[in-house]
Design a protein around this ligand. Structure first.
Ligand code: FE2
Ligand code: FE2
Length: 200
């Protein structure tokens, strides 16, 4: 993790719980969700690399590279799981929840960087929360998948903290203010359940 002793955002501060329909949907469409998750890890690696274009983040290039490497490792783990199960890596699909968060990013200047970091922090945070739920829910029926999810929790939790701390280091007051706004947007988005077999 980067930064010093900053306020960490506990995952429990979400304004809306994960809807009750989410877990049954994921359990009923596990192969498709694993494909989606595999693509999400690839996208997470690309997102970390993409942040390197911001000069304001030049001092955390090494951390971003480390995150990208971890996400690519996760991608390989998911790809291996899909191969062992004979599940082809189909095309990526877009999540209304992720698109909604990305649309909230303001354009231009430091605002864009702070928003980008907060957006990624929330994606990592919800992933961390969902992986914990899945590691418990799949323990009896799908021990291999459950173990994979349990193994990802710490890493995604660290990424969530890394991005949040990077946003605070850039502009602490703005990061806290925008976090409040992003949490409201997130609550509205997660309430809108969709039938797509996606992690988010
Ligand atoms: Fe990951
Ligand atoms: Fe991550």
């Amino acid at each position: 993790m980067v930064g010093g002793a900053r306020t960490l955002l506990p995952v429990l501060l979400w304004r809306e719980p994960i809807p009750a329909g989410w877990l049954p949907k994921v359990m009923a469409h596990l192969p498709a969700v694993l494909v989606d998750h595999c693509h999400l890890e690839r996208k997470a690696a690309a997102m970390a690399l993409g942040l390197m274009r911001y000069q304001a983040l030049a001092n955390v290039t090494d951390q971003l590279a480390a995150i990208a490497r971890e996400e690519l490792d996760h991608f390989s783990m998911l790809l291996g799981l899909l191969r062992r199960r004979g599940i082809p890596l189909g095309p990526p699909r877009s999540s209304p929840w992720i698109s909604g968060l990305m649309k909230t990013i303001r354009r231009g200047g430091r605002e864009q960087v702070v928003d980008h970091l907060i957006c990624f922090a929330l994606i990592e945070g919800r992933s961390c929360e969902k992986f914990q739920i899945l590691s418990h829910a799949l323990a009896d029926t799908e021990p291999e998948v459950a173990a994979l999810y349990a193994g990802l929790v710490e890493s995604e939790g660290n990424h969530y903290a890394d991005y949040w701390l990077m946003a605070c280091a850039l502009d602490d007051a703005q990061a806290h203010r925008r976090l409040e706004e992003f949490l409201s947007v997130e609550a509205g988005l997660i309430r809108r359940e969709h039938p797509l077999p996606l992690l988010h």
